[in-house]
Structure formats: C-alpha cells, structure tokens
Design a protein around this ligand. Structure first.
Ligand code: NAD
Ligand code: UDX
Length: 495
C-alpha cells in the first residue's frame, strides 16, 4: 500500500478547510496543506479570525496549524509534493449556457485536473471530494491521461463529503459513514485501501463503505435529494395544517416515531437553504433530463417547487396578516444565515423572504449574530433579488447590531433562522417597543413553548404549520390560496 506522507487539498472552503483540519489532527504523521486561489481566504485561515464560523473548528485548527497543517496559496508546490490530492473546489449551478440554472458548473474541477496534469509526476491518488454529477471522475481521468507532462501515474477516487454546516466538526469526527468509490481494478482497490487507511485513524472500519466510482458519485446526490425531499414533504404538510387546525409539530412527532420513517429532518420551516440542497437536486434533475428520464426529473423538480412555494407562502402570510400591506412598514427580520451556527448565507430562505417583502416596499431591519453587514447587502443587491434597482437595498434595508434595535418601533418581528439566542430574548421589552398590534412570525417554530406567554404579553403570534387562535380582536383572514394569488413573485426568482 502506498505510504501517504503529504496531502494537498485544493479548495479552502467550508469543506476543504474543516475536513483537512480534522485529518491533520487525527493523522499527526501526515503533512496536510490546504491551498486556494483566494488569497484573503488563505490569509484568514492563517489568522485568529478564520474565514468560516463553525463550532469547534478554531480549536482543531489551533491544535495543528504550523505543525502538520498548512494553508497556502502556493498551489503548484503543494500539488508537486503531495502523495494524495483532494479536490474540494466549488461546483455551483451554472448561470449561463447549456444547463443554465440546473447543471453543475465543473470549470473549477477541470481547472484543478489540468493543473495537476501540468505539474505532477510519479504516482498520485486524486480524490474527488466536491459534489459532482455521475461520471465526473471519468472527465478528471481523461484530462489527466491526455495532458500529463511528467510521466504521471494516478488513480481517481470519489470520496464525497457528508458534513453539514454548523455541525461540521462533530460530523467529521464521528461520521455516520465514509464513502469511497474507485475502479474495480486491483490498482483501484489498492487506492481505496490507501485512502481508507487515513480515515481508519479515527473512523471504525465498519463505517467505511466502498463502492464503484459511479455509485459513490450518485449516492452523494441521492442523499442530499432524499434529505431535501423530507423537508419539502413536511413543509407541504405544514400548509395543510395551517388551514385545517392540525399542528405540524404534532404530525411530525406522530409520524417520526414510526422507526421506518424516523424523526430526523422533519422540522417544518421557511424552506431549506444552503449551498447544497437546491444545487444538488437541480443537478440530479438535469442529469435525469440529459439521460432521457423526464418522469424522474419531474419527480425531483417538485422538491424545489415546494421549497419555493414555502418561502412565498410565508411571505404572503406576513403580508396578509399585516392587513394586506407592508408598504413603508418596519419589519424586524431575525436571522439571515441559512441555518443556525453558521455565518453562511448561500441560498438562505431569509434572502427570498426579504426579496418578497422588499417587492412590497417594506423597510427591513435585519439582525444575525454571525452574518456581516456587507454580506447581507451583497446578497440582497444581487440583480435577481433587487429587481434591477440597486438603490432599493440602500433605501429599504438596515442591518442592526442587536435584535432589540431591529425590533424598535417595528410592526412585525419575523424569525427566519433558528438561532438559540432568539428563544432567550426579552419579549416584554420587545413588545413595549413595537407598534401595535405587534406581530411575531415564527418561521422556525423555535417559540413553540412560548406561544401562551407571548399571547399574554399581547403579541399576535403566527407560526409555520399551526393555526393559533388569537386572543385579541385583530383577527385577519388567512386564506393563503387567496393571498398567494394576490401575491405572485413579480419575476422568476434566482435559483
Ligand atoms: P466553497 O465555495 O466554500 O470553497 C471552494 C473553494 O475552492 C473557494 O475558496 C475557491 O476559491 C476555491 N477554488 C476554486 N477553484 C480553485 C482552483 N482552481 N484552485 C484553487 N482553489 C480553487 O465551497 P464548499 O462549500 O467548500 O464546497 C466545495 C464542494 O463540496 C462543493 O462541490 C460542494 O457541493 C461540496 N459540499 C459542500 C458542503 C457544505 O456544507 N458546504 C458539504 C458537502 C459537500
Ligand atoms: C446538507 C446535508 O445535511 C449534508 O449531509 C451535506 O453534506 C451538505 O448539505 P447543510 O446544507 O450544511 O448540509 O445543512 P442541513 O442541516 O442539511 O440544512 C439544510 C437546510 O435545511 C437548512 O436551511 C435547514 O434549516 C433546513 N432544514 C433542515 C429544515 O428546514 N428542516 C429540517 O428538519 C432540517
């Protein structure tokens, strides 16, 4: 079995950084170098302020940075030195050309393969860690074979990453499984064993699954599609709950106790966000279309449709409750990241809810404990969100340093990310400072236990997947199908 002394990881993002930090911590005899074209990102990895917020990450990085963990922009040197190279670059949805809005853009993967082919010699194991369409590793292999300059011999493996943001370090240290796909040839099997031996430093062998390359690539897309589908399924039921009097929390509990269904990933919400679910489901849809499987493509497309519907529906409920107009009203939006415990805003539902409210002329006062002001402004200034009116964000959006400031003189408070701190706020203080009737829209159901208390304070409480009988006389007619008809998105949203 090849001895691995040096690892290079191309891409110092949410996957490359944490994954290689944990490998370095668990394998002190291996030197791990994480490289990136983005100088600022590398600078941040080498500083006290890491470029991403992830619980437990700082401690792991500090335990081995400068010892056997290095962050560098010298990509070429790291490729030349490495025995094993992870490709962890981004694979975003294409925004132009064939497959626009659905297919994965593989230009960064191809650039890595070409760079490896240009520089590498001897034997290297090249590992596809990024999420890719099925058979992408075949492209890497062909590029390496066609372009090798220094008599390179290699094996290409698929080793998709299953970490979730916010829990990346625990996921990496205690994974449900590690998946490695490779060639069925003796050389391919040998390379699988070599990669497996790295994970075996801390992962029990029975959790390391080996498959052929295509199964591994497809399993990653399928896993994300199944998870996203569960959220769309429970969100579709939440719509039904709001008009029937059923409570989606109770329904989720009742169905989740069936061990065949299980209780995870059944939290109704404002819709899933993040850089992976939408991208990977769309990638799957595109793959099915390209392979002439339109029925399968349509099936998975519905997961996205329900997610978009849930975001629109929630915004429509806010507008409907606020007497069908939010124009010039102040709305406090608490939470901007796509989930708690991360500063990542990619595809966050908060962006879409903000868009719908801005389309109606609402003034948004946004607070998030981990998202910087520049990021909020950048996300909301994207042409697909700002409706080609770049000044709109400056006119309508204020980013606040604390939640109380955001709620001061607001007509409504909207919770769109489930940060724990939002459960602990002083709601009496907030109520006193808000305009009346004061509305709370709980898009994450984090205030479920507080509804009676909040109503006693005087709030009008609206929550996803539950019809709450209000005690005050300001009842509104929540006919969502009617509101939805009155409130179509003006233009197709960025997807
Ligand atoms: P990211 O955008 O945070 O990081 C990717 C990094 O790659 C960027 O810093 C970029 O500058 C760098 N890069 C791009 N091309 C490069 C090149 N040619 N040379 C050197 N550096 C280059 O992306 P991410 O969130 O870390 O995701 C990476 C991959 O992992 C994607 O395919 C994603 O789908 C997958 N994935 C992500 C997660 C997640 O939670 N974010 C989880 C599992 C899998
Ligand atoms: C996901 C996968 O979980 C992970 O395995 C994969 O490697 C990358 O994609 P991530 O996107 O980081 O991870 O976070 P995840 O916890 O899956 O949440 C995604 C979105 O779904 C978030 O917006 C979250 O708030 C939402 N969600 C999750 C729900 O709305 N309800 C749930 O029950 C669970």
């Amino acid at each position: 079995m090849a001895q691995i002394r040096k690892i290079c990881c191309i891409g110092a993002g949410y996957v490359g950084g944490p994954t290689c930090s944990v490998i370095a911590q668990m394998c002190p005899e291996i030197a791990v170098t994480v490289v990136d074209v983005n100088e600022d990102r590398i600078k941040a990895w080498n500083s006290e302020n890491l470029p991403i917020f992830e619980p437990g990450l700082q401690e792991v990085v500090e335990s081995c940075r400068g010892v056997n963990l290095f962050f560098s922009t010298d990509i070429d040197a790291a490729i030349v030195d490495a025995d094993l190279i992870f490709i962890s670059v981004n694979t975003p949805t294409k925004t132009f050309g064939i497959g626009k809005g659905r297919a994965a853009d593989l230009k960064y993967i191809e650039a890595c393969a070409r760079r490896i082919a240009d520089l590498a010699s001897g034997f290297k194991i090249v590992i596809e860690k990024s999420t890719v369409p099925v058979r992408a590793s075949e492209s890497i292999r062909r590029i390496l074979t066609a372009n090798t300059k220094c008599s390179l011999s290699f094996q290409v493996l698929s080793n998709p990453e299953f970490l979730a943001e916010g829990t990346a370090i625990t996921d990496l240290k205690n994974p449900d499984r590690v998946l490695i796909g490779g060639d069925e040839t003796p050389e391919g099997q040998q390379a699988i064993k070599t990669l497996s031996s790295i994970y075996e430093h801390w992962v029990p062998k029975n959790k390391i699954i080996t498959t052929n390359t295509w199964s591994s690539e497809l399993s990653k897309l399928a896993a994300n599609a199944f998870l996203a589908q569960r959220i769309s399924s429970i969100n579709s039921i939440s719509a039904l709950c709001e008009v029937t009097g059923a409570d989606v929390g109770e329904v989720a509990h009742a169905i989740g106790t069936d061990c065949r269904i299980g209780n995870k990933f059944l939290k109704a919400s404002v819709g899933f966000g993040g850089s992976c679910f939408q991208k990977d489901v769309l990638n799957l849809v595109y793959l099915c279309e390209a392979l002439n499987l339109p029925e399968v493509a349509n099936y998975w497309q519905q997961v996205i449709e329900i997610n978009n519907y849930q975001r629109r529906r929630f915004a429509a409920r806010i507008i409907g409750s606020l007497f069908n107009t939010v124009t010039d009203k102040k709305i406090a939006l608490l939470g901007f990241s796509f989930k708690k415990d991360t500063g990542d805003t990619r595809e966050s539902s908060s962006i879409y809810i903000s868009k719908y409210l801005m389309d109606e002329g609402a003034h948004l006062h946004i607070f998030d404990p981990k998202v910087k002001k520049e990021q909020v402004i950048q996300d909301l200034s994207h042409p697909s969100i700002s409706e080609d009116d770049p000044d709109r964000v400056l006119r309508l959006v204020t980013v606040c340093a604390d939640p109380y400031e955001a709620c001061n003189k607001a007509h409504a408070l909207v919770i769109s990310t489930e940060w724990d701190m939002f459960k602990e706020l002083d709601y009496e203080r907030i109520y006193k400072a808000m305009l009346k009737p004061a509305f709370i829209f709980d898009g994450r159901r984090i205030l479920d236990d507080l509804h009676a208390k909040l109503q006693n304070i005087g709030f009008q409480v609206e929550t996803i997947g539950k019809k709450i009988s209000q005690r005050l006389p300001f009842t509104t007619n929540h006919n969502h199908s009617k509101v939805d008809r009155q409130f179509p998105p003006t233009k197709k949203m960025k997807n």
